[in-house]
Design a protein around this ligand. Sequence first.
Ligand code: ADP
Ligand code: ADP
Length: 229
Amino acid sequence: MEKIECKNLHKEFKGDGTSTVALNNINLSFQKGEFTAIIGPSGSGKSTLLSLIGTLDKPSNGTLTYDREEILKKGKNKIADFRFKEIGFIFQQFHLLPTLTALENVLTPLFARKVPYTKIERAKEVLKQVGLTDKLDSLPSQLSGGQQQRVAIARAIVHKPSWLLADEPTGNLDTETGERIYELLKELNELEGCGVLFVTHDPVLAAKASRIITMKDGVVLSDKEGVSS
Ligand code: ADP
Ligand code: ADP
C-alpha cells in the first residue's frame, strides 16, 4: 500500500448529553516511506487520528482511502485482514503479554493468521533485527523498558506491514533509551521502506523526522518538512 488519504476526516465522540469533536475535517495524505512526527498538546486528536488510520475506529464523517480503496466501508473480516496485512502498532505502554516470553510475544500475531513463512524463524529474525537475540526466552518482567519496547516493535513488524503507527513509543522511556528506539524506527523506515507515523511530546525527536504535523483542537495547525527530509 503506497498512499493513505484523509479527506474531510471528522470524528465526534458522543456521551450522555455531551459531544467532543476529536478531529475537525482533517485533510492529509501520507506516502509510504515517509517518516512523520505528529505533535500537539494533549487532547488535540493525535491518538484519534492514528486509530482511524489504523482502522481501529471509524470516522463520523469524511473518507479514508488506502491506495484509493475505502477499506472501512467493507465488512469486519475484510477490515481485520487489511489491518493485519498492512498495519503495525506500537504503544507507549508496551502491551506485551506478561506470561509469554519475548519470542512468544512476537509470535502471537503470526498465530492469529495463516502466514506463508516459518513462524519461529521469522520471529527470531525480527528479534535479531531489534537487537534482542540473547533475550528470546526472557519474560517482559525480566527486560528493561527499552528492551520491552524492542519486543513490541518486533511484534509490530513481524508480519511485514507497510505502515507502522506509533503512539508515543518513547513516552515511557528515559531520553537516551527513547532516542535509541527512535533510531530503530528510523532504521526500519529506511531499510524496510515502511511508512512511519509517530506521535510524540518530545520536540527534539519530532525535529528529526522528515515531516512534522502539528495538531491543535482537532485540526492541523501546520504540516512541514523536517530536517531529515
Ligand atoms: P491526543 O492524542 O492529542 O491527546 P485524543 O485523540 O486522545 O488526543 O483526544 C482528542 C479528544 O477526543 C479529547 O478531547 C478526548 O478527550 C476525546 N476522546 C478521545 N477518545 C475518546 C473516547 N473514546 N470517548 C470520548 N472522548 C474521546
Ligand atoms: P489462503 O490462500 O489460504 O486464503 P493466504 O496465504 O492468501 O491464504 O492468506 C491468508 C491470510 O494470511 C490472509 O489473512 C492474509 O492477510 C495473511 N497473509 C498473507 N500473506 C501474508 C504476509 N506476507 N504477511 C502477513 N500476512 C499475510
